[in-house]
Design a binder for this molecule. Structure first.
Ligand SMILES: [Zn+2]
Length: 428
């Protein structure tokens, strides 16, 4: 998770190659002053969710590791004391790095315990060149804290959210329809021109080039984000539904959602009708029509899926200002109006809506249970992403919106899935 304004923590103590190890005696005479936690240095494959923003301190210096010799576990795990949250699936492991303050030779005197011990177990604290890598394994659903103890005193902690992994089958397909004015060739040309001339503004330092647009990479993009919430997506390419080959009524239903269609959603300027999302009658009509198109397309699916994403590419470059839409929040169907590697993060954002996640700037505060107060924008505004959380998947900072916070991990109604939310082809 990108963190633009962290207080600079004290330098991590180097652990010597001959750091003490072996049995720990009941009482030891030296201890590190404090311990705090960082993302695993072994890369994203070694962990699931890691949230160092939800409990970020309001003022630098208020971190628990700067609070003096008496460190205590807060009764409220959402206290803003600098503690991090990690997610871990039942039966799987996640890794963090521990940093220590002071007394390098005493690190070996530390022990690690999880409270309550029923939720997770410590797998392996292992010294590394720059700290201590620690792994925990999920045991059963619940919340807990890992405590670093030394000589009977708490030296540091992090919080754990453990759940069973949810497995979702997701279809990705293309609705092909020739509009009244544009040929298929022009539709593709418009898309290519858009990608080459009107990439989203870079609001953060540029990332490495994205991988090519493939279904496999779409699956990777979804899992990079939603595995943080212990949701695993299996994406199936269901190919093209060619509405040009379908009866006229169905073809026209799809044409309504091409820029120059007979009943365009899009204005002459090329932007989506600005009343969409604000004028209830207009919004309902648009979404009802899109829902109808999804229903027609779903009838051509080769199997059953929990969630369905349809690409309905637009011929006019400007119409791509609206790149994706989830039909409701939550919803079993979603649309993408542009293809391209730059839009993986848009797909991730729309899929977040499909799972029930709200914007970080939802105007009516329906997102209050999904975001901590200090990371929630209270109103619609031009920024549409929180400056202290610029990579949140539910902000508008594409292509950097890829991360989820602890409270967003919890927002998905996973119990419903475990209880038998079954793949289907209708809308429910
Ligand atoms: Zn959105």
């Amino acid at each position: 998770m990108f963190d633009s304004s962290s207080p600079v923590p004290p330098a991590a103590t180097q652990v010597a190659a001959n750091a003490p190890s072996g049995p720990v005696t009941a009482a030891v005479d030296c201890c590190p002053e404090a311990a705090w936690f960082d993302v695993s240095r072994n890369g994203p494959a070694s962990y699931f969710g890691f949230d160092n923003l939800s409990n970020k301190v309001a003022q630098p210096g208020q971190e628990y590791w700067n609070s003096g010799p008496q460190i205590s576990l807060p009764s409220n795990k959402e206290t803003r004391d600098g503690a991090v949250w990690v997610s871990v699936p039942v039966g799987e492991e996640t890794e963090l790095t521990i940093n220590f303050k002071g007394a390098a030779a005493c690190i070996g005197n530390c022990t690690y315990e999880i409270e309550p011990a029923t939720v997770a177990e410590v797998v392996a604290p292992t010294p590394t060149a720059s700290g201590l890598a620690i792994k925990i394994k999920g045991v059963q659903p619940g919340e807990a804290s890992l405590k670093v103890m030394c000589n009977g005193k708490l030296r540091g902690y992090f919080h754990i959210w453990c759940q069973k992994m949810v497995f979702l089958d997701v279809s990705v397909g293309v609705i092909q329809v020739t509009s009244a004015k544009h040929t298929r060739h022009q539709i593709m040309q418009g898309r290519n021109e858009y990608l080459s001339t009107k990439l989203p503004p870079l609001l953060l330092p540029p990332l490495p080039p994205n991988p090519p647009f493939t279904v496999e990479n779409l699956e990777t993009a979804l899992n990079n984000t939603f595995m943080q919430a212990l949701i695993s997506c299996s994406v199936t390419d269901v190919g093209i539904v060619d509405f040009d080959q379908l009866p006229e009524a169905q073809r026209n239903a799809a044409r309504n959602f091409v820029f120059d269609g007979p009943e365009p959603v899009f204005m002459s300027s090329g932007s989506m009708d600005p009343r969409v999302g604000f004028d209830k009658a207009v919004t309902d009509a648009v979404y009802r029509s899109l829902n109808g198109v999804a229903g027609l397309a779903n009838a051509h699916l080769p199997g059953k899926f929990h969630y369905r994403i349809w690409y309905l590419r637009q011929p006019d470059v400007h119409s791509l200002e609206t790149i994706g839409a989830a039909l409701e929040t939550p919803s079993r169907d979603g649309f993408m109006f542009a293809t391209g590697e730059s839009y993986y993060s848009v797909l991730v954002h729309e899929f977040g809506h499909m799972l029930g996640l709200k914007h970080v700037n939802e105007p009516n505060k329906t997102n209050k249970d999904q975001l901590p107060d200090h990371l929630r924008l209270s109103d619609k505004n031009g920024a549409a992403w929180h400056p202290d959380d610029p990579t949140n998947a539910m902000g508008y900072n594409s292509p950097f919106n890829v991360d989820l916070l602890y409270s967003q991990w919890k927002a998905y109604e996973r119990v419903k899935t475990h209880a038998g939310l079954s793949p289907d082809v209708g809308n429910s």
